[in-house]
Design a protein around this ligand. Structure first.
Ligand code: SAM
Length: 245
């Protein structure tokens, strides 16, 4: 049976000890372990564990939230592999994933990444975030944050991460207000190291190519037929000066 617990409110600007985030567990025990040992665990650890398969959680989120979710099914593993294709795992220090849903991309990253690569995963929906926490609690290099991707610069800074190697986005960016989209991409420009990429999923192949070209010097589109629905990935480099911070 699907969970009937309603979504919890989300604090978008967390205080010094964010109430809705799990402290980064690397290199010590993971979040689940710290819940056993910490007499006053963060409220986030008390979030419920959603029931039902991933496809159901995504479908329900899509039916209740529509444009905020944008896709009725989790990405396929073909999509996940395509967004990660070409990442140098030997040198990647930190990667941030925005809008992780139930975690199909995260799961592939966990398989490929060295345990030293820090994977910061941000998801706004508390139910989907619950699934992410449950799924990756055994992966000490993954930190799942219940939070707003428009604040990802602050969320990284709070964790002492000034730079990341890649930004992966499953966010429905085209339907974001222009200001929020600009802010996310400007933050990506600020936080990406040299040679870093901004990688964006889509289930509307090539439709938003021009949109991403407005922000980036170089945009390549990788088509992914084996996805429900078929989609692809924009791999973007070189922010145009208009959005450079
Ligand atoms: C199209 S789904 C992609 C999910 C997953 N990455 C996948 O490939 O299956 C978009 C996800 O972005 C999340 N999202 C939307 N707005 C967000 C925001 N402002 N901050 C963080 N996550 C957000 C939604 O809750 C949803 O899980």
């Amino acid at each position: 049976m699907p969970s009937t617990v309603p979504p919890q409110p989300v604090a978008h600007t967390p205080p010094a000890t964010p109430p809705n985030t799990v402290p980064h567990p690397q290199p010590g025990p993971n979040a689940a372990d710290s819940a056993k040992t910490n007499p006053n665990p963060p409220a986030a650890l008390a979030t419920h564990t959603p029931k039902g398969p991933d496809w159901w959680l995504m479908m329900r989120a899509f039916l209740t939230q529509g444009k905020k979710i944008a896709s009725f099914a989790p990405s396929s593993r073909f999509m996940a592999r395509k967004i990660l294709d070409g990442i140098n795992w030997a040198t990647a220090g930190s990667i941030v994933e925005l809008g992780a849903g139930t975690g199909p991309i995260t799961a592939e990253m966990v398989k490929l990444a060295s345990p030293k690569t820090r994977l910061v995963v941000i998801e706004l929906d508390p139910v989907l975030c619950g699934r992410l926490r449950e799924r990756f609690r055994g992966s000490p290099n993954v930190e799942v944050i219940l939070g707003d991707a428009t604040k990802f610069g602050e969320l990284l800074a709070e964790r002492g991460i000034p730079k990341v190697d890649h930004v992966l986005s499953g966010l429905p960016l085209p339907s974001f207000p222009a200001e929020a989209r600009d802010s996310i991409l400007a933050t990506a420009a600020r936080t990406l190291g040299a040679g870093g990429t901004f990688r964006q999923l889509t289930v509307m192949p090539l439709v938003y190519y021009k949109l991403y070209r407005r922000y980036f010097e170089a945009v390549r589109f990788r088509f992914v037929p084996f996805n429900l629905p078929p989609g692809g990935v924009y791999v973007c480099r070189g922010f145009r000066s208009a959005v450079n911070p």
